[in-house]
Design a protein around this ligand. Structure first.
Ligand code: SF4
Length: 379
């Protein structure tokens, strides 16, 4: 009874500090998740970014032996940019996915969880907790689902009836036996829009993602983009969200509750050419607070080059030729060769031929050869 009351007080406090949704779950093992993780690993569908062993990821007591319950929180983020700068021919802009707008959500949610912890510390003498956002061992989605924040959609995202899937998730394991909330029932029904819209077939079946084929994951890798996916990103340079955009639960959703998540138009839609010339220091100063900067500038620059190739941006040709000739990173030089060939101008192919004469890296030379094959095919 005392914990029911404390739960109600905590819910009221969570509203005061701007948490849109809060839910409570037991700290029992996530047994179904464990077998799913094992399957994902066997099938080669995991991203490799996961933290901890399967046991740590599914048994909260391994992370905190006194664990009794888990508190899940969700914060809604905006989906539309005020004064949206247009990406037009001759002045192309890239795009960070919405989950990277504003200040890095890890920091914002961690601060909210810290506030909840301080509240409980004042009420309960021997309160113990361990909180995490995205990068911890626990699956934010499994916890949120169990705590009734939303149901797990066929796109593998947690969908809240009020806020759609445009929510950030975080959680706190506690030693307090809060009465649990009930999970929501699956709301997808017969809809398959996300599966149908995924350009790479990464949603291999309802609720199962092959992360290795997911464009959002692929925007964060540091090597060459697999050739078959280079032309599918449009202007996305970080993340990809078609499986969210097409979801009927996200129709018309656009919450601007948190100033921290408001996008700076020039940061979330940066000029692609400018991004190619940015120094490490400038990158850190400008983009360092965004969630999308966590892998550094190289994957973003590679993706910016892909976007310029995708749009056949002739105005960027000279910049791309400079990059192909001068950048010290083979992935960037090779991707520039691909983009130059994609643009398809005669002087671009000439530049590839010239650069090939002094290129030493085998992978870059291979990209240049593929680019020159494009020239033959275009005739
Ligand atoms: Fe479910 Fe349809 Fe949304 Fe996919 S698009 S998550 S199937 S409701």
């Amino acid at each position: 009874m005392a914990y029911q009351q404390l739960k109600e007080e905590l819910i009221a406090f969570s509203k005061e500090i701007g948490i849109e949704k809060i839910g409570f779950a037991s700290a029992e093992p996530f047994s179904d998740l464990k077998s799913r993780l094992e399957e994902q690993q066997t099938l080669g569908y995991a991203s490799g970014f996961e933290k901890g062993t399967n046991e740590e990821r599914t048994e909260p007591k391994r992370l905190m032996p006194q664990a009794e319950s888990i508190i899940a929180i969700a914060l809604a983020y905006p989906t539309r940019i005020k004064n949206d700068p247009k990406s037009v021919k001759g002045d192309r802009r890239g795009m960070f996915c919405r989950a990277s707008w504003g200040t890095d959500y890890h920091l914002v949610l961690q601060e909210k969880l810290d506030q909840l912890a301080s509240f409980l510390q004042e009420k309960v003498e021997d309160f113990q907790y361990s909180s995490m956002v995205d990068t911890g061992e626990l699956s934010d989605r499994a916890v949120a689902e169990r705590a009734g924040i939303g149901f797990s959609g066929k796109n593998t995202l947690i969908i809240s009836p009020e806020y759609g899937s445009y929510i950030y998730l975080g959680e706190m394991i506690t030693n307090l036996p809060f009465p649990p909330d009930q999970p929501l029932t699956d709301g997808c029904g017969t809809c398959t829009k996300c599966i149908d819209a995924c350009p790479t077939g990464a949603l291999v079946e309802p609720g199962r993602l092959n992360a290795q084929q997911c464009l959002a994951y692929l925007t964060t890798t540091k090597g060459f983009m697999p050739e078959e996916h280079r032309d599918k990103l449009g202007n996305f340079i970080y993340g990809y969200e078609t499986c969210q955009v097409v979801c009927p639960y996200n129709k018309g959703i656009d919450f601007h509750h948190h100033p921290e998540f408001e996008p700076d138009p020039d940061l979330v839609k940066p000029r692609l050419v400018d991004l190619l010339a940015i120094s490490n220091r400038e990158f850190k100063e400008k983009f360092g607070k965004m969630a999308g900067s966590w892998r550094g500038k190289k994957p973003l620059q590679r993706n910016a080059i892909l976007a310029l190739g995708h749009y056949k941006e002739v105005a960027a040709l000279d910049t791309l030729i400079d990059v192909m000739n001068q950048d010290p990173r083979p992935v960037i030089r090779g991707t520039a060769a691909w983009a130059i060939a994609k643009i398809g101008e005669e002087r671009g192919f000439e530049a590839i031929r010239g650069a090939k004469g002094h290129e030493n890296n085998a992978e870059v030379i291979e990209e240049m050869n593929k680019g020159l094959e494009m020239e033959i095919l275009s005739h």
